[in-house]
Design a protein around this ligand. Structure first.
Ligand code: SF4
Ligand code: SF4
Length: 113
């Protein structure tokens, strides 16, 4: 019997605007308590030479992420993917998503296990 493909999220955080729509969408979908979500967004400021700085937002799935199984079973995209206006989150088989790694910097591939 063919092995069932493992699914995950590919996040291109270079273009994340820090809007938190992914986090809110997950909370709305699953009714998480205030402060918790299947997706958190970390803000990081990297100091650069000459007093400059690079502001970076890093969205990362937490232990509460169920990869939106109830939605994807119905043929829908995960809530965070659907509501990300910057279109920086992709859901799919890890094997397919991993092919995009290395094509550009600042991407992360995540899977629940
Ligand atoms: S895939 Fe679904 S459960 Fe996971 S973070 Fe996105 S919205 Fe939340
Ligand atoms: S919705 Fe998209 S752009 Fe907004 S914080 Fe989440 S990943 Fe970043």
């Amino acid at each position: 019997m063919a092995k069932k493909p493992q699914y995950g999220l590919l996040i291109d955080y270079e273009y994340c605007t820090g809007c938190y729509a992914c986090r809110v969408a997950c909370c709305q979908e699953y009714g998480h308590e205030a402060g918790s979500s299947g997706m958190q967004v970390i803000e990081q400021v990297q100091p650069l030479p000459k007093g400059k700085a690079y502001l970076c937002f890093l969205p990362f799935p937490t232990e509460l992420c169920v990869l939106c199984a109830p939605r994807t079973k119905k043929g829908l995209q995960p809530a965070c993917v659907q509501h990300c206006m910057a279109n920086v989150i992709q859901w799919g088989p890890l094997e397919e998503l991993s092919k995009q790694l290395g094509k550009k910097p600042r991407m992360v591939l995540w899977s629940p296990r």
